[in-house]
Design a protein around this ligand. Structure first.
Ligand code: HPA
Length: 280
């Protein structure tokens, strides 16, 4: 199907989560406390789940299909540090042809399954000149450079029409996260994440512009999910792994393999941090 921006906006009619919930409930009756959305190359974190119940997202009615290498397409219910966690290893991106509303499907499903908190992880390019590949950054605010809100279109799942976005990322959880990182001796930075739709990486001129707008990192996910989760009243935390210098900030051209590589390289630190964040 050919998709224009407008078709993308309005093809996703009112979602019905009940069929999806019914399928999930055939596998498990667990109610996760936290949804942990895994970014590019970070999917291996789901292997840390204790007592896992895995459901391929292809079995879940209405779940947007995953087409990106590094995104497995499964939900894993498990325990991490004694907390009931839903590992979302099947993020839906706008650049895959999903509508903005469809990209929030996993968030709405996690909320309907009982999750009150959501930890959104991603791989991002570093714009802040003090960030090098491997830097871990808490998202303390975002810029929606896609100019399309995940909530555009029909109201779904009882979300408010005009939700406040003055603090989408929980200041309280962010403060606890910073304290936890300090205790663990993990260098955790804070910054503004800018969302571009992708899938092409940015030009150098775009990155120069984004730097002036105050962006510290750039990526192709997270913002639609943060908007939907905050609108649903969930507590939201965003965590970026800086996998590369953004275009023009380093010497090299960008490729997805490099992004996955760095994601894998920081896995140990990231896993220690995530374990601390779910109990923070
Ligand atoms: N730009 C956009 N998205 C990304 C990047 C980048 O440089 N690195 C990882 N995801």
């Amino acid at each position: 199907m050919r998709r224009t921006l407008l078709a993308g906006l309005f093809s996703d009619t009112v979602s019905d989560l009940s069929a999806a919930l019914a399928v999930v409930r055939q596998h498990t009756d667990r109610r996760p406390d936290i949804a942990l959305v895994l970014g590019s190359g970070l999917g291996a974190l789901a292997q840390s789940a204790e007592d896992p119940v895995t459901i391929p997202t292809s079995e879940i009615p209405g779940y947007p299909r995953s087409t990106v290498q590094g995104h497995a397409g499964e939900l894993v219910f498990g325990t991490l540090e004694g907390v009931s966690v839903l590992f979302v290893n099947g993020r839906a991106h706008y650049y895959e042809g999903h509508s903005p509303a469809a990209t929030t499907f996993p968030v709405r499903l996690a909320h309907a399954l009982g999750a009150q908190r959501i930890l959104l992880t991603n791989a991002a390019g570093g714009i802040n000149r003090t960030f090098k590949p491997g830097t871990l950054m808490l998202i303390d605010d975002h810029i929606n450079w896609a100019f399309v809100s995940a909530l555009a279109g029909p109201v779904v799942d009882g979300m408010p029409r005009f939700p406040d976005m003055s603090a989408p990322y929980s200041p309280a959880w962010t403060a606890r996260a910073e304290a936890a990182a300090l205790r663990l001796g993990i260098d955790l930075r804070k910054g503004t994440y800018l969302w571009t739709t992708g899938p092409s990486y940015e030009t150098k001129a775009e990155i120069r512009a984004f730097e002036r707008f105050g962006a510290d990192a750039v990526g192709m996910s997270t913002v639609p999910e943060a908007i939907a989760a905050h609108a649903l009243g969930m507590e939201v935390l965003g965590l970026s792994t800086i996998t590369n210098f953004a275009a023009g900030m380093g010497q090299e051209s960008l490729d997805h393999e490099e992004v996955l590589e760095v994601g894998r390289a920081v896995r140990a630190d990231l896993e220690r941090l995530v374990r601390a964040l779910v109990v923070a």
